[in-house]
Design a protein around this ligand. Structure first.
Ligand code: CTP
Length: 422
């Protein structure tokens, strides 16, 4: 891509907001005043060349110099604060809230060279030039840099053939040990392939071999879940997860990790606020994905993938309900209600979506809100001594409403009189 074409794309308000461009040029000006070449790299450049809006992209700024020095200068000039990682000489600049800007952080990276001593572990790094920084990356399409400082604005560095790959709609690794060094790149390849409709080059696919898959075992649950979370965020998550299953990645993570059933794809964004249930695509995704598993397998996988307690509870709850549903079908509304109350509402909604069991919808929209008119205070004023009878009587009254035995205040009052005499 020639410089004038890059400048045209950078100034296209449909691709990048004018205020984002101003921010980038302010960063570049400061870098120029420090005499350090400054580039934006990675997804921003890839998507700009693909003419996809980069409004929500991460801004990865690489400098051939010290990113921490640039970070301090940015904070001094514009405010905000830095999170520093001195070991890698990188920093995250948290923009001042007055900027009211998305993204709210900018990654500042010192151009570096990396070497991997142990497969799957974090690399050893040393400061270097931009060409080395591009070489350490995952795929050529993510290894392009657009220079931002001074008269160099708009110069594209593409030493590894990223543009050609974008044209060919191809993803490939930069060297045969790429997946061994960093097996999370397998997830990334599959995620980009599904997102952009690209092919993964045959030689790269061959590298998703036994040796690479074995290293997945040594990856922390945190890192694995992060990759799966990013996949679930995508519109094309079902295709990506199916691809991972076909490549043997899912069973390599854990033999009990099942394939993802694509038939629930349309429901990932379907958490329904009106029913008082809400969840993100990730929670919905894991609930659908693990719904048919046994309790023991859900717990195994939740531990392996380092689920939060909240996520574990939702996923466990969905699987319990789904598997127990055949035993519940002929129950009375009160029995449904007292069973379902032990489970998380969002998991009940997820099981409703997959089974269309109407009782689940009736519980969420109606039954769970049913309460008797009589309260504990009323029972007290009737002289009932403190004890478990309170709970029993209130439950009996509630069941009467749920099961249609009481349909008016008078019905309830008559039932209460009977219960007080028992
Ligand atoms: N990168 C890499 N290997 C990884 C992770 C990241 O080489 N395992 C590099 C790639 O050059 C990538 C850049 O770091 O482009 C930034 O990574 P990330 O923010 O995860 O991805 P984006 O490029 O911003 O793309 P997207 O957010 O669309 O996935």
């Amino acid at each position: 891509m020639k410089k004038d074409e890059a400048l045209r794309l950078l100034h296209d308000p449909n691709l990048i907001r004018p205020q984002s461009l101003i921010l980038l040029s302010n960063i570049a000006d400061l870098a120029a005043s420090l005499k350090v070449p400054c580039y934006i790299v990675g997804g921003f450049v890839r998507d700009l060349i693909l003419k996809r809006p980069v409004h929500d992209a991460d801004y990865d700024i690489v400098v051939e110099g010290d990113a921490l020095t640039l970070g301090h200068a940015l904070v001094k000039t514009y405010g905000g604060h830095l999170t520093e990682h001195p070991k890698f000489r990188t920093a995250i600049w948290h923009l001042p809230s007055t900027f009211n800007f998305q993204p709210s952080t900018i990654d500042l990276i010192t151009a570096r060279k990396e070497s991997y001593e142990t497969p799957g572990a974090l690399p050893t790094v040393e400061p270097s030039v931009i060409a080395d920084d591009l070489r350490r990356r995952d795929f050529p399409v993510n290894a392009m840099a657009l220079r931002l400082d001074g008269e160099h604005l708009g110069e594209l560095l593409d030493p590894l053939g990223g543009q050609a790959d974008l044209e060919k709609k191809t993803l490939r690794v930069l060297h045969p040990r790429s997946f061994i060094d960093d097996p999370t790149r397998i997830f990334r390849a599959v995620r980009y392939a599904a997102r952009y409709g690209f092919n993964i080059e045959a030689q790269t696919l061959d590298l998703v071999n036994e040796e690479a898959l074995k290293i997945l075992h040594s990856l922390s649950g945190e890192r694995l879940r992060h990759e799966l979370d990013l996949i679930l965020d995508e519109e094309s998550a079902p295709q990506a997860l199916t691809h991972l299953a076909d490549l043997g990645v899912l069973t390599a993570i854990h033999p009990k990790l099942p394939a993802f059933d694509s038939s629930c794809a349309d429901w990932l964004d379907d958490a329904n606020e009106r029913l008082g249930v809400q969840a993100d695509r990730r929670t919905m995704g894991y609930m659908f994905w693990f719904m048919e598993l046994s309790e023991a397998d859900v717990i195994l996988l939740a531990n392996r993938l380092n689920f939060t307690n909240e996520l574990t509870l939702d996923v466990w709850s969905a699987a319990q309900l789904f598997n127990g549903l055949p035993h519940l079908t002929n129950m009375k509304p009160s029995e449904w209600t007292y069973t379902l109350e032990k489970l998380s509402p969002i998991s009940i909604y997820a099981v409703y979506l997959t089974t269309q069991e109407n009782a689940l919808l009736r519980y969420l929209s109606f039954w769970r809100h049913v309460k008797p008119h009589v309260s504990g205070a009323d029972l007290k004023s009737r002289g009932l001594p403190p004890g478990p009878r309170y709970g029993e009587i209130l439950s009996r009254l509630r069941s009467a409403w749920l099961d249609g035995e009481a349909s008016s205040k008078e019905d309830e009052a008559a039932l209460l009189e009977r219960l007080l005499k028992e």
